[in-house]
Design a protein around this ligand. Structure first.
Ligand code: HXC
Length: 258
């Protein structure tokens, strides 16, 4: 299917979603957000997809929400349209792993989109920021909540209050991104990571994602119990039998998602 603002390729069980509004540095407008939610939901339901990668261009993952589209909006417009609520909720419902492959600017909504993915692989050119304060607004797609959980209060406050950018090295140091790679090999590295994930049991990968995400939602004690119960339930799968048998027989496991 053709999209106006996205290029989508599905190959070898990976859905590669490329944000594609180069004229506006991939600024997130309502068309793109609607298409992104649709594509993510379709990928989640597609048996030919076991991992999702979201990326942008070399210059920009996404330079934020589309300022031209927002400039004249009133409170009533934003509230009734639930501005950014749709994608924010939709991405939480995606059960397959999502990697953000970030090159260049990931600002405002772009930084927030990357953080809403399961982990971020950054090019050495990546720049992250929450510059909304310069526009007279604040983060609206999770920035004040997720950035704070990822990097702690002090740095999150710094980013939100000064509106400064963080480069890839700082982002790696403070735990915002999982790794930094040379810009020219970003997609290759992201696809390698995605391929590793496609080789796992999808059930186990989804359970691991669910368990890690739960750590943001609950107390340590509840989270530990949730993890333990999920861990116990893994023993009901054929893939647990296969994974452990393969280890003992010194061979590669053949997972069947059962
Ligand atoms: C609309 C944007 C845009 C944006 C860039 N463009 N960012 N259009 N919304 N967020 C457009 C420019 O207007 C310009 O179009 C073209 O993309 C190229 O941008 P330039 O500014 O000419 O490029 P450059 O000089 O290289 O500067 C890059 C930049 C700068 C530093 C990233 O574009 C910038 O500061 N952008 C805004 C970043 C920002 O404030 N993001 C947060 C948005 S608010 P023309 O037609 O002029 O050539 C937000 C709210 C989130 O995200 C809360 C809810 C999600």
């Amino acid at each position: 299917m053709a999209y106006e603002t996205l290029i989508v390729e599905i190959e070898d069980y990976i859905a590669l979603i490329k944000l594609n509004r180069p004229e506006a540095l991939n600024a997130l407008n309502s068309k793109m957000l609607g298409e992104l939610a649709t594509v993510l939901q379709a990928a989640d339901a597609n048996d030919k997809v076991r991992c999702i990668v979201i990326t942008g261009s070399e210059k920009a993952f996404a330079a934020g929400a589309d300022i031209k589209e927002m400039a004249e909006q009133s409170f009533v417009d934003a509230y009734t349209a639930n501005l950014f609520g749709g994608i924010s909720d939709a991405i939480l419902e995606i059960r397959k792993p999502i990697i953000a492959a970030v090159s260049g600017y990931a600002l405002g909504g772009g930084c927030e989109l990357a953080m809403a993915c399961d982990f971020i692989i950054a090019a050495d050119t990546a720049k992250f920021g929450q510059p909304e304060i310069n526009l007279g607004v604040i983060a609206g797609f999770g920035g004040s909540q997720r950035l704070t959980r990822f990097v702690g209060k002090s740095k999150s406050m710094d980013m939100h209050l000064t509106g400064r950018n963080m480069d890839a090295a700082e982002a790696e140091r403070c735990g915002l991104v999982s790794r930094v790679v040379p810009a020219k090999s970003l997609i290759e590295e992201a696809m390698k990571a995605a391929t590793k994930i496609t080789e796992k049991s999808l059930i186990t990968a989804m359970a691991a994602k669910e368990a890690v995400n739960r750590s943001y939602e609950t107390t340590l004690r509840e989270g530990l119990l949730f993890e333990r119960r999920l861990f116990h339930s893994m023993f009901a799968t054929e893939d647990q039998k296969e994974g452990m048998a393969a280890f003992l027989e010194k061979r590669t496991p053949q997972f069947r998602d059962r």
